[in-house]
Design a binder for this molecule. Structure first.
Ligand code: HEC
Length: 86
């Protein structure tokens, strides 16, 4: 009885750590979209070089150029308007 409870506790406490470790090296989906999709028609717009508003207006003209969901477009604007990591 006591041993079983202990085993359960060990399993329960190690599982979240494994999940985090497994997903950490994956680049965010929006970054992969940016790298794979945004350089085919023009030079990739650099992160932090456009305001959120400029990006949103440009993306309104992009809806028919490439198919991303509106959630992905929103994430793209957030991702690109953030200053690049030092
Ligand atoms: C199918 C071709 C195509 C793809 C793919 C494309 N663009 Fe564009 N983009 C254009 C064209 C053409 C223009 C110039 C006309 C305009 O501004 O709408 C442009 C202009 C822009 C502008 C405004 C001009 C500037 O330099 O500020 C931004 C910002 C931009 N693109 C970002 C992106 C991002 C981010 C992606 C990836 C999600 C992307 N584009 C993918 C064709 C494309």
């Amino acid at each position: 009885m006591g041993a079983r409870a202990w085993l359960w506790l060990v399993l329960a406490s190690t599982t979240p750590a494994c999940a985090v470790g497994a997903s950490a090296p994956e680049p965010p989906r929006v970054e992969r979209l940016y790298v794979s999709r945004c350089g085919s028609c023009h030079m990739r717009v650099e992160r932090g070089s456009r305001t959120h508003e400029e990006l949103t207006r440009a993306f309104a003209r992009h809806r028919r150029r490439l198919r991303l969901t509106s959630e992905e477009w929103a994430q793209m604007a957030d991702y690109l308007s953030a200053p690049a990591a030092p």
